[in-house]
Each structure stands twice: as C-alpha cells, then as structure tokens.
Design a protein around this ligand. Structure first.
Ligand code: PEP
Ligand code: MN
Length: 360
C-alpha cells in the first residue's frame, strides 16, 4: 500500500474502507483485506458520524482512533477519517492520522470550516473536501480557499453528489457539470469521486465509478465493509472486499491524459478550425448587435424585445431539433448569446471625437 499525495496523472488515488469503525475486529478484518490490494492508497473509516436524524449510530470516537493507530503500524497502512470539530483534528494528530476529510454537511458552513482551519494551521495534514450538500460550487471553493489561507496546501476535492429535491433515484445526485466548473476554475486541484454516497446503493457504485473514470477523475473513495448487510451505517451502499476488487479490475487502465493519441490529431484539428469559425461568427453577430443598438436608439425602441426573442428561440430550436442538437443545450447557448447582445446594446454609444478646431 502506498500513500500518494500529491497525485500523479499516471495513477489514480483509491481510498476505500467502511462507512464507520464499528469494532476492533471489524477494523482488523477490513484492514487485512484492503492491505492486500496494492491500488489502495488510504483506508477511510468514519470515527465521528454526522447523522441526518438523531438516534442513529454516531461513531465510536477516540477508541476507534487508538485501533487505527495500532493497526496502521502493524499493517503498514494509512487511515483517514472525517473531522467536523477542532478537537477531532487534535485527536487525529495524537493518533498519527495525517489525512482527514471535511464532510458535505460541514463544507456547507463557513463558520465550521473556519474553526477547522484554525486547528489545521501549522499542521502538515492532507485535507479532502467533500462538496457541500447543496449544489453551490462557490461554497465548495470557499472551503478550499479558507484551508489555503490557513496554509494547508495538500487539498483534494471529493464529488459525492448533491442533495436535490428530486434526486433522480440517487442518494445524492451527481452533478458532473458542477464538479467540472470547480475543475475548470482550479485545474491544479485533484478531484476524487465518492460513488458510494452518490448512489446510496451497492449496484450504482460501479456504473458511477466508470463515469468518473471517463471524466478523468483523479481517483475514488469507496465504502467497503467486511459484511455490508450488517453495517451499522450506510449498509445499502457498502461493497464487500471481493466486490470492491472486481470493481478495481474493470477500471480502465491509468493513462497519461495529455498523450496525443494519433487518431485524435486530425479530429482535434477539425475542432480547432470549427471553434475559430464559431468565434468569427459570434464577433460578426455582435457587430450587427451594435448596429441594431444605433437604430433602436434613434427610433427610441427599447433594447429588449421579448416577442422578437421568443420568435428567434422558437425558430432556432426547431432548426436545432432537425440538426440533432440537444434542446436544452441550444437554449442555454442562445440565452447566453442574447444576454451578451443585450449587454452590448445597453452600452452608451461611442462618443464622437470632439473637433478641436470647432470647440463648442
Ligand atoms: C462519509 O463519507 O461517511 C460521509 C458521511 O460522507 P458525506 O459527508 O459525503 O455525507
Ligand atoms: Mn457513509
């Protein structure tokens, strides 16, 4: 087992382990199984469990940490667990735990993140930051930036899905596009996928992991339990070590994302040319918007013409349908173009250069 932070592009970081530590025997059993799987970089094991409803199992606390400390040196493994309060961080440090994660419920709360940052400052801990419960990428980024301001630089984001009113059959619906926004803004940050809390069901873990690999996530955090059906928390979503090993077997081989596969090159050239054409056309369209703005100004016609816009949308969506383009994508694209056109038309006209020979 190796401890792999920061990540390299050539290998995936695989974190696996039970939702919660339940007993020394359970931890020993899962540690034995996972220590034999070379791809596993870290064992996850919840010690303090944030439960949505009171009365559920809330974790064993510090005693679990003492088992983790003992087994870490016996099996040469590294563990990580969730922290939600400053004293959790102190206890982790006392027990040799150097990687922690901030759970979805905590990422949501800047006050709590700030308190954790104060406890983390000056430590050398690696911190995994789960996305907040609600689909707010700024909140997710905010937690990461707070950690950075506290001089924590070994940070990895984890996409564990979002709690929406309609979760489409998932426990926490994946929003790949929200995570993509984070990855666009922070290409330097590794991002893992947690298919267990996304799916909430054992049978969804593999398909979600495969999507994450297609999206070039840097790795996975998967819940694995010696006997999932008997688990004290999240029984429905945990895999047996055998099921987990089968999942690892079918993951596509790690590759260098930047390698130029020969058959891609001519297609990428076509994409480059088409993008340049699209930008030229957009520039032409905006130039026409400027001329329209002049005409409207002279005729005292308002910039925003809802009826004309509805007609434009209807016409373009019908064309898009015939061309096989996705309706929602086309609508979003046209709305963006229209917003920019309105912005341009609202700009004051370029002032005429005053004629110095004819002062007014
Ligand atoms: C967990 O990983 O055990 C957990 C509670 O996750 P989340 O914060 O994503 O709900
Ligand atoms: Mn869990």
């Amino acid at each position: 087992m190796h401890f792999l932070f920061p990540l390299s592009t050539m290998s995936k970081t695989i974190i696996a382990g039970p939702c919660s530590v339940e007993s020394r025997d359970q931890l020993l059993s899962i540690t034995r199984s996972l220590s034999r799987i070379p791809q596993v970089s870290l064992i996850r094991a919840g010690v303090w469990k944030p439960r949505t409803r009171p009365g559920a199992f809330e974790g064993l606390g510090a005693v679990a940490l003492s088992w983790m400390q003992e087994l870490a040196s016996e099996y040469h493994v590294n563990y990580c667990c969730e922290v939600a309060r400053p004293e959790h961080i102190d206890l982790c440090l006392q027990h040799g735990i150097n990687t922690v994660w901030i759970g979805a419920r905590t990422t949501t709360n800047p006050f709590m993140v700030d308190e954790l940052c104060s406890a983390l400052r000056g430590t050398n801990m690696a911190v995994l930051v789960k996305n907040p419960v609600c689909p707010d990428t700024q909140l997710w980024l905010g937690a990461i930036e707070r950690l950075e301001a506290a001089s924590i630089h070994n940070i990895t984001a984890i996409h564990r899905g979002f709690n929406l009113y309609n979760n489409r059959g998932y426990r926490n619906a994946p929003m790949w596009e929200a995570a993509l926004e984070l990855r666009r803004q922070r290409p330097d940050l590794p991002v893992l996928c947690d298919p267990s809390h996304m799916g909430g069901r054992r049978d969804l873990v593999t398909p979600l992991s495969l999507i994450a690999m297609q999206l070039d996530y840097d790795g996975l955090m998967v819940e694995v339990h010696p006997s999932p059906d008997q688990a004290w928390s999240d029984a429905a979503q945990q895999l047996t070590p055998l099921q987990f090993a089968s999942l690892l077997d079918i993951l596509p081989p790690a590759h260098n994302a930047h390698s130029d596969y020969p058959a891609l090159l001519p297609l990428r050239e076509q994409i480059d040319t088409i993008d340049h054409e699209l930008l030229n056309l957009l520039a032409k369209r905006m130039a026409v918007s400027r001329r329209i703005a002049d005409v409207k100004r002279q005729a005292n016609i308002p910039v925003y013409q809802p009826r004309r816009w509805q007609a434009v949308i209807a016409d373009r969506l019908s064309q898009a349908g015939k061309l096989g383009l996705d309706t929602s994508f086309t609508k979003q694209l046209l709305d963006k173009i229209h917003t920019e056109s309105v912005r341009i038309q609202l700009q004051p006209p370029t002032p005429l250069t005053p004629n110095p020979t004819n002062p007014t």
